[in-house]
Structures are given as structure tokens and as C-alpha cells.
Design a protein. Structure first.
Length: 123
């Protein structure tokens, strides 16, 4: 292994930081996300064209489907264990479901973005 690879990635944000805080994988500045789960067109700081690497389409079903199944199972288990009234469950799941799905999508898109950038040698 060459020592150059370690120097190129040193100081760059990881996948979790990119997903949670919206840090550019190349320069580390904020602004990776245009909306809760969509990548920005380009990084304002380094000019990296992020729109080319936007994962989309049917591949994201592989992220959303398991999250949905886990949420349904969690809802059933919670209902079985606690027996909360409907007026409590509706706002609870109205908050939890979007947060879980958006979080999963952001993490998956950050993983795919980083992999695509590494394949093209842009990191």
C-alpha cells in the first residue's frame, strides 16, 4: 500500500458525519443535503458535482423496505406490550416513521456517494 492513500483521506468526514451533519466527503464543509434526503447539486466550498452521484431509483427500496418492516414490527410489539391509546400512537408514529426513513436514506445515500467518489478517484 502506498502512503498517499492515508494522507488523501485524513481529515475527511466519515459516512456517519456526512449522513447526520451533511458534511461533504471531500472537503468536510456543510451543505451536502439540499432537503432532508436529497443531495445538493454541488458542494459550495469545493465545487464537487454531487448531482452525478445521486443514488436513486429502485435501489433505495432495499433501504426503505427493511426499515418499514422493522417499524411495523416495532409498532406491533409496542402495542402488545403497552396498549397505548390511539391518540398517543398516531402522533408517536407520525414522528418516528419519517425520522427513521429519512435517517436510513441519508445513511444509505452517504455510503453510496462515498463509494462512487472513491471509484472515480475523487476522494
Amino acid at each position: 500500500m502506498s502512503s498517499g492513500n492515508g494522507q488523501n483521506t485524513k481529515g475527511q468526514p466519515g459516512i456517519t458525519q456526512a449522513a447526520l451533519f451533511g458534511l461533504c466527503p471531500r472537503c468536510g464543509s456543510k451543505g451536502l443535503w439540499d432537503s432532508p434526503a436529497n443531495l445538493a447539486a454541488r458542494c459550495d466550498a469545493c465545487g464537487l458535482d454531487l448531482s452525478r452521484f445521486e443514488p436513486g431509483g429502485r435501489g433505495l427500496y432495499l433501504v426503505v423496505l427493511p426499515v418499514t418492516i422493522l417499524l411495523v414490527l416495532a409498532a406491533l410489539k409496542l402495542d402488545e406490550a403497552v396498549k397505548l391509546p390511539v391518540w398517543v400512537l398516531v402522533p408517536l408514529w407520525a414522528l418516528v416513521v419519517p425520522l427513521a426513513v429519512i435517517g436510513a436514506l441519508r445513511f444509505a445515500k452517504a455510503v453510496v456517494l462515498r463509494a462512487r467518489l472513491e471509484n472515480e478517484g475523487l476522494l
